[in-house]
Design a protein around this ligand. Structure first.
Ligand code: PEP
Length: 250
């Protein structure tokens, strides 16, 4: 982590937590995170729990991000949610291009359009990228993440730096308990930074690592010079383990 970049730890709840559970989590988390700690913190509830989470976290520094955002402002897009709708329920940001969304069909072109739409609306956008195990074994990790970052930022400009974050999440490490080594995370995050540097100021860009981050491995991963925080799935569902990861970033 560079001293010039403020770390971000975001918890992706995926399809977990009812409204009541989200409220309870947020109230507990607010009591565990030091508001003076030099780290940005966000939770990413499902759409249904965004408003309750935002209300429970009002007055705290903890942000609320959605797990996806559609590129259109409105229209015939059954099941989708626009950036304006996210803002309407108190969201501050959104993930875009998570590998589970890409596996469900989200394309690079949609990711690029969603990055654009989210930032234009005033959201923080965390664009996700990462390779499969087959791609890594084939020695094609660099080419893969280079393409994903280039195509994902196809509509971005240098002016987007304050609202753009990129998360490197190797698919083989997501939800598997298998974490990238600090060397693997550093190498990939440095590639992400260099490629994104063709569009935004790479030295200002926050690049997160995601993939089985937990309280035991968070500190060494986030100590890597090009890793500016973490996108956390499973370990973000419990306020104590998530707060411990936040403390490791701070
Ligand atoms: C994720 O879903 O973004 C993720 C990193 O999940 P996990 O921490 O469970 O691997």
């Amino acid at each position: 982590m560079s001293s010039g970049r403020r770390p971000l730890v975001a918890g992706n709840w995926k399809m977990h937590k009812t409204v009541a559970e989200a409220r309870g989590f947020c109230e507990a988390l607010a009591g565990m995170v030091d508001p003076a700690a030099p780290v940005d913190v966000a939770v990413c509830p499902p759409f249904t729990a965004l408003q309750a989470s935002a209300e429970a976290l009002a007055g705290t520094a903890i942000a609320v991000y959605a797990q996806n955002v559609h590129e259109a402002a409105s229209g015939a897009h059954t099941g989708e949610v626009s950036a304006a709708m996210l803002l309407d329920v108190g969201a501050d940001g959104a993930l875009v291009g998570h590998s589970e969304r890409r596996a469900a069909g989200d394309t690079d072109a949609q990711v690029a359009a969603r990055v654009r739409a989210g930032i234009d609306a005033g959201l923080i956008v965390v664009m996700c990228c990462g390779e499969s195990l087959d791609t890594r074994r084939a020695g094609e990790t660099e080419a893969w993440i280079t393409r994903q970052v280039r195509e994902g930022l196809a509509q971005a400009t240098a002016a987007d730096i304050d609202r753009l974050v990129i998360a490197y999440e190797p698919i083989w490490a997501i939800g598997t308990g298998e974490t990238a080594t600090p060397d693997q995370a550093q190498e990939a995050c440095a590639i992400v930074r260099a490629v994104a540097g063709g569009v935004v100021d790479g030295q200002q860009l926050r690049v997160l690592y995601g993939g089985s981050v937990n309280p035991g491995n968070a500190a060494e991963l986030m100590a890597c010079p090009d890793v500016d925080g973490a996108l956390v799935g499973g370990a973000s569902l419990d306020p104590e383990s998530f707060a411990a990861i936040v403390a490791a970033a701070a």
